[in-house]
Design a protein around this ligand. Structure first.
Ligand SMILES: [Cu+2]
Length: 255
């Protein structure tokens, strides 16, 4: 058994190195907010921990196929494999520790995301900018609370957000379950009939759908035939540009 240990372990190390090297690829979408940083952290930690576990199984499989294959036609079974030693126990301990670590990281990150950074708490309105969001088949309505501005995804082209300002979406649905998802911010929450759900983000980079299609609201719950139409472009702008835009929208409404 021990003569197989070193080559199998080497194969594992090589596969793991290849897997971990994927971290040098910049393949995650734009990090548009601190919330996105938090999610990417969870994702990367899980990936870093999961790769060696996955490559261990793959290395064992590849090595077994390669070394223990038989030229016989079949009908014969190999000699029985006796004795397991301490390996299963070590494996159990290591994977249990990894699972516990990932759970702790996940719980800490989720609690960070569920509480507004400025301590506004859930269900209250004190965020600097509140957007009352209504989902219906197959469009979104975004009403800037106390600003007298309302956008419809079916009619308006862009949802503007000011940079470095906490935005709270208060989300309702008037028909079926939808889901508000903004890839650039990695945030997603269901819109549920009869209930108000919340999502808070603080965009920290300027950007728009024109240059990066992750700046968009997208329904992420299959809600019917035109589900994919439930989308709206997002543009994150400087506060001054936002105020100007808001004022121009307000004049249109008041006319
Ligand atoms: Cu939908």
């Amino acid at each position: 058994m021990s003569k197989h240990l070193i080559p199998a372990a080497l194969l594992w190390v090589v596969l793991t190195a290849i897997g971990e090297a994927t971290f040098f690829l910049d393949w995650l979408p734009v990090v548009g907010s601190p919330e996105a940083e938090e999610w990417d952290l969870i994702f990367n930690v899980l990936l870093a921990m999961g790769i060696p576990v996955f490559t261990f199984v793959v290395a064992a499989l590849i090595y077994a196929f390669w070394k223990f294959q038989t030229a016989n036609e079949g009908g014969e079974t190999g000699s029985p494999f006796k004795g397991t030693g301490s390996f299963p126990k070590v494996w159990l301990v290591i994977t249990s520790v990894l699972a516990a670590i990932s759970m702790i990281i996940g719980l800490v990150s989720l609690s960070n995301l569920q509480v507004d950074k400025a301590g506004y708490g859930w269900g209250e309105d004190q965020a600097p900018l509140v957007i009352e969001t209504t989902a219906q088949r197959f469009s979104w309505t975004f009403a800037y609370k106390d600003k007298n501005v309302e956008l419809l995804s079916a009619k308006d082209t862009e949802l503007l957000l000011p940079i470095d300002t906490e935005v709270k979406f208060e989300i309702q649905s008037i028909d079926v379950i939808h889901s508000l998802w903004i890839p650039a911010f990695r945030m997603k929450i269901d819109a549920i009939p009869g209930r108000t759900t919340f999502l808070t983000v603080e965009p920290h980079v300027l950007g728009s759908y024109d240059t990066d299609n992750n700046f968009r609201v997208q329904c992420a719950e299959l809600c019917g035939l035109n589900h994919t139409l439930m989308s709206m472009h997002i543009r994150v702008v400087e506060q001054a540009e936002f105020d100007e835009w808001l004022a121009s929208k307000q004049t249109k409404v008041s006319r």
